[in-house]
Ligand binder design. Structure first.
Ligand code: ADP
Ligand code: MG
Length: 390
């Protein structure tokens, strides 16, 4: 099924409400990283150039619904967006009953999570949002896995509901990587959210040829293989699942487990690193990175890949002593001819730290949404756009 795209619609003179992901870090009333605002610019500029009356909607942080709080206000975003667009961007604080905006102008609506009923996808709230516009544009991939009033309910009720350019590009790129992937197809799943990534591993093992594990996930596989992991982050409840996955022979992915690791006595930037084989890890050790031999072995697998999906750093890359594994793998992805897709907040931070952003084929703006897409789950906010297109 396909969706209507904003690029295919005549927006001239129309009231167009765009759901953006402008959830950026703010400190002291200033935006500290404007990457998401910059990512949204082409869509906003295209709508303005088409002479639409543009209303922007986004969440910011996790305020208590129905209790507007200054620290979650989108005012700093309106200011930064205004600088980037080179025009005034007014912030509409009371917008749900009507927004004053002329064609060729843009208004940012205050934090949608200030409204009671947003998260529960309250129907009355969604209908009010839908009544504000003639065309609803969903352009926030990072929130597409949540069925809320501003991502799902409004799309049910708006006269026309379509995908914005950012969302459309994201779905195309991810679809291309997953529909008919060039092989070998390799996934890297690392990081610290071990239990939430469990279902992903099980699904991925059916899709990919090699599943590289790192971080707390690798530690769980090391423990499942019968080794001591000392004080390392791992998931006890997942040991059975990990050994099932590792043992599985039914045409599922190969899961190469690290054979050397970098350990430290504590979780800190200053902790002295030591390289050990997995058999040498002691009770007081914390595994904080994959070792150099393992990194070289994984890098060789990545260089030879046809498609790579990456979510989760393989070590505590924020501390330089434990960043080599993630650095070596990110460089291997950059050097590989594979079509590569990466997503996840900390994964993107690692990509920037190691300067490989422009050598990764596609950077997903979503973390949770990216993983759910990879798992083959239908994203609710996309599903409703498909229904509205048919
Ligand atoms: P993402 O945000 O990319 O989805 P996660 O949030 O799951 O990734 O995990 C990222 C975090 O995992 C990083 O902050 C990193 O320091 C941590 N991490 C990686 N390896 C380990 C490890 N061996 N032990 C503890 N934490 C780890
Ligand atoms: Mg994270």
């Amino acid at each position: 099924m396909s969706v209507i795209k904003m690029a295919d619609l005549d927006l001239s003179g129309k009231r167009v409400l765009i759901r953006e992901d402008l959830n950026v870090p703010v400190a002291d009333g200033k935006v500290t990283s404007d990457a998401r605002i910059r990512a949204a610019l082409p869509t906003i500029e295209a709508a303005l150039a088409a002479n639409a009356a543009v209303m922007l909607v986004s969440h910011l942080g996790r305020p208590t619904e129905g209790e507007p709080e200054e620290k979650f206000s989108l005012k700093p975003v309106a200011d930064r967006l205004g600088e980037l667009l080179g025009r005034d961007v007014p912030l509409a604080t009371d917008w749900i009953d009507g927004v004053d905006v002329e064609p060729g102008h843009v208004v940012l609506c205050e934090n949608v999570r200030f409204l009671a009923g947003e998260k529960a996808c309250d129907e009355a709230l969604a209908m009010k949002m839908a009544a504000l516009c003639e065309i609803f544009v969903m352009d926030a991939f990072g929130t597409a896995h949540r069925a809320q009033a501003s991502t799902y309910g409004i799309a049910e009720h708006a006269p026309v509901a379509c995908a914005g350019p950012l969302l459309a590009a994201e779905l195309d790129a991810l679809g291309k990587a997953l529909d008919n992937p060039a092989r070998p197809f390799v996934a890297i799943v690392g990081g610290s959210k071990v239990s939430t990534k469990l279902t992903v591993l099980d699904t991925l093992a059916n899709l990919v040829d090699t599943l590289i594990v790192g971080g707390g996930i690798a530690n769980t596989f090391i423990a499942a293989a019968g080794h001591n992991v000392g004080k390392s982050l791992f998931e006890k409840d997942m040991l059975g699942t990990a050994s099932d996955l590792a043992r599985d022979e039914h045409d599922r992915a190969e899961i190469p487990v690290p054979d050397d690791v970098v350990v430290a006595p504590e979780f800190s930037a200053a902790a002295p690193p030591a390289t050990k084989t997995v058999a040498e890890v002691g009770d007081d050790d914390m595994i904080l990175d994959i070792g150099p031999e393992t990194a070289a072995r994984f890098a060789a697998i990545l260089k030879n890949a046809g498609t790579i999906i990456w979510n989760g750093p393989v070590g505590v890359f924020e501390f330089d002593s434990f960043g080599d594994g993630t650095r070596i793998l990110s460089e291997a992805i950059a050097e590989s001819d594979a079509f590569s897709v990466a997503g996840g907040g900390d994964t993107l931070a690692a990509i920037d730290k190691y300067g490989v952003r422009d050598r990764i084929s596609y950077i997903s703006t979503g973390g949770g949404a990216f993983l759910e897409f990879v798992e083959g789950k239908k994203l609710p906010a996309v599903e409703i756009l498909e229904q509205r297109a048919s």
